[in-house]
Design a protein around this ligand. Sequence first.
Ligand code: BDP
Length: 622
Amino acid sequence: MLYPRETPSRERKELGGLWSFRADFSPGRDAGFVQRWYRQPLRQTGPVIDMPVPASFNDITQDPSLENYIGWVWYEKEVLLPLRWLQDDLSTRVVLRFGSAHYYSIVWVNGVQVVEHEGGHLPFEADISSIVQGSPGIPCRITVALNNTLTPHTLPPGSIQYMDDKTRYPKNYFVQNIRFDFFNYAGIHRPVVLYTTPSVYIDDITVTTTSSESVAMVQYQVSVVGSTLYSLSLSLRDQEGKVVATGDGPAGELKVLNPNLWWPYLMHENPGYRYSLEVKMQAQANEMLLEDVYTLLVGIRTVHVTSMQFLINGRPFYFHGVNKHEDADIRGKGLDWPLVVKDFNLLRWLGANSFRTSHYPYAEEIMDLCDAYGIVVIDECPGVGIKMLESFGNKSLQHHLVVMEELIRRDKNRPSVVMWSVANEPASELPPAAYYFKTVIAHTKALDPSRPVTFVTDANYALDHGAPYVDVICVNSYFSWYHDPGHLEVIPLQLTTQFDNWYKTYQKPIIQSEYGADSVPGLHSDPPLMFSEEYQKAMLREYHSVFDKKRKEYVIGELIWNFADFMTNQGTTRVLGNKKGIFTRQRQPKSAAFVLRERYWKIANESSCLPPVIKSHTLFLK
Ligand code: BDP
């Protein structure tokens, strides 16, 4: 699915800002459907409030029942479209697109249902031309019904529990149970846009790249919708605007001599290099010549996995990075530019070269910056908290396959994405996990043979039924925290044993995909006690000494849990959320951030992965 960019043939209108909002508090949460709220302006159905888009709705008001609301909420926006979009000559297509809305969405335009979508982290869109083009000058009313209920078959899964004991709970009382550790924020989380294309248009572009030192090949495939009679021409430009290769037709190969490769941050003085691929389509339709133009940024790089290494452009790559969340005060999981840019500045300050999109796909705007800055990404789908036996059945499996299709369709052309992660900490010791992960991973590889696939495990190496199918072992462990709490001295032995066991069993490279300890900022204790800043630092140091031994062998990465503190459900082990961040939720460093910073810059400066010419470059001076 192409990101909606402005081009000479495409316009774009942002629909961010204030929308009307109403939560359906009726006992069955179904009044909106019974009374058909989409048929009229929402304000005429009952009281509405202003709701910012993009944002989660949970933390915006002072109403605790909205914070923990489960069920259908309704959003509405009225918008006037430019007259030129509405000419009735069938030459323009108007598309309504949501970057994401959590979790289940139904969308109407002027009372007509245009799209329905399951899943809270991936884009969806609808061609609304036929609805809006009949009535120029009339506002276009967009109504969205959104449901955040999770079931054993959603991704992530959850379940609703009704509390029937009338002596303990009010009538109709229910709670949502989840098996993952972040707040189930809901709302329209990413940009909503209207955009146009000609009625014959470039629907999709797929690019893969191969390269040697002196020549690279860019393989492309373009699909056009709306006509079979069209011509395509392509030109690839470097960053100076010079055309370096041209092509035509719906599939082919472009040859680039002396290519500028896409390199990760800290691996090259000019990381994140991208060419621009301009695709031009011309078609004859309705006695008109239609032209569509789309420009895709293309990074040329290769990825390979051996039994001990992860190679980017043929050179060993060591992941020294973080796990993140889309999470902030007030906004919840809503895309927020100041936060996004601050986070990238912090990542680069830290010397981090990578992150995992724990535990769901992040906004396209964030992924764009990873491509641009050379931040390497393990792109994870929302397969988190798959613990119930029924979540391994066919219904869940089929949905998981669809989610992987949507994710790959969205992110397949991104050079920053070097590996897909199909799940986090599923109950992979359950027997049905074998068929489940075999199928999901095979499907992912069939959709994208160019990238390795993994899932992140915390299961015992001898019992994990999914591990045989991954390319890289990603393992989470919390020695001295959830196990042997307070006993930092057990880390060296337990971590060494963990690595040895996994490697002996599979001979595949290993990433420590999570490790961490909570710390309450400002809480100090020496000797280090749990929850103090000193304990978090001491835990890091114990882990690091083992990483340093094992990275000479088959350990290919370390990703701290977590980049920043984040909100979770309330519980006796959470103090206003998870405090394993090395930054606070407001993005101020805790002491551990400085330990990690020193380490990451040291690793980056160190050599093994850096070409000699880069080592001395001033870029690496802090
Ligand atoms: C891991 C999970 C992560 C949690 C973390 C923790 O993958 O989502 O937030 O533990 O408990 O098991 O802090």
